[in-house]
Design a protein around this ligand. Sequence first.
Ligand SMILES: Nc1ncnc2c1ncn2[C@@H]1O[C@H](COP(=O)(O)OP(=O)(O)OP(=O)(O)O)[C@@H](O)[C@H]1O
Length: 270
Amino acid sequence: MQFGGVVAVDNLSLEVNENEIVSLIGPNGAGKTTAFNVITGVYAPTNGAVYFKDKMIACNYPKGPMKKIYAGQNYGKYTTTVKKTPDQITKLNVARTFQNIRLFKDLTAFENVLIAKHMRSKANWLSATLCLNYKEEQKMQKEALELLDILGLMDVKDEIASSLPYGQQRHLEIARALATEPELLLLDEPAAGMNPQETQELTEFIHDIRSKFNLTIFMIEHHMDLVMEISDRIYVLDFGKLIASGVPEEIQNNQQVIEAYLGVPDDDEE
Ligand SMILES: Nc1ncnc2c1ncn2[C@@H]1O[C@H](COP(=O)(O)OP(=O)(O)OP(=O)(O)O)[C@@H](O)[C@H]1O
């Protein structure tokens, strides 16, 4: 993925298998969020492809002015264009949360989850307003409440999202992502801004939702305790390039990773 002359993600190839928890780590600016944005259809890759359950959901190759300035590898390898919007990718059962929380700030916690439920539904807001599809609407409301309960947000279901403490807003974002009934859940720095105790609770919580919702989880995270405890496998990016991949023990002992990342304490690390 190249932005003008900047190669943000360079020849990255990775896979996440069903039911795994896989983490993508690396220093600031390594290209992690860009990789998520390519996977979820926010950006078309400059030269590359993304597959979900063996189906191509994105594919692109250098075109127009990019033909001249493309600085990556595998020129000529990709020859088709497949571009699904983030919305279409959500409908394929891929959901994500964002580094900077993106809730509907002026709606309640319940409404935030209910809107996400509507993503899965044939009913639209108009038919909901006119009380068409009454049964489906009732079912979605019930499921939204169940999710709020599981996420420990029942007490604040009628609170305006922006008025909730930060930790609860993060939980609400996950509830909203789960409401779209994903098979693959992408979490972009879910523990950002959390203290060690909240981070530990989140670690257990991510474990729980994987089994409860039969999820595959792909996660960007800077909190190494969480990453090392929870990940089945880890990929490490540095300056857009993959420098290591493996199980947590391999990553912890990889000299290149230690130098690039683990050796440099993050500001919010203990
Ligand atoms: N829309 C964009 N236009 C231009 N450059 C971009 C754009 N998005 C990202 N970049 C650049 O791509 C590189 C990778 O950024 P990215 O945000 O993906 O890194 P990151 O690993 O997620 O960092 P962080 O941990 O700080 O979130 C950076 O050099 C960034 O400035």
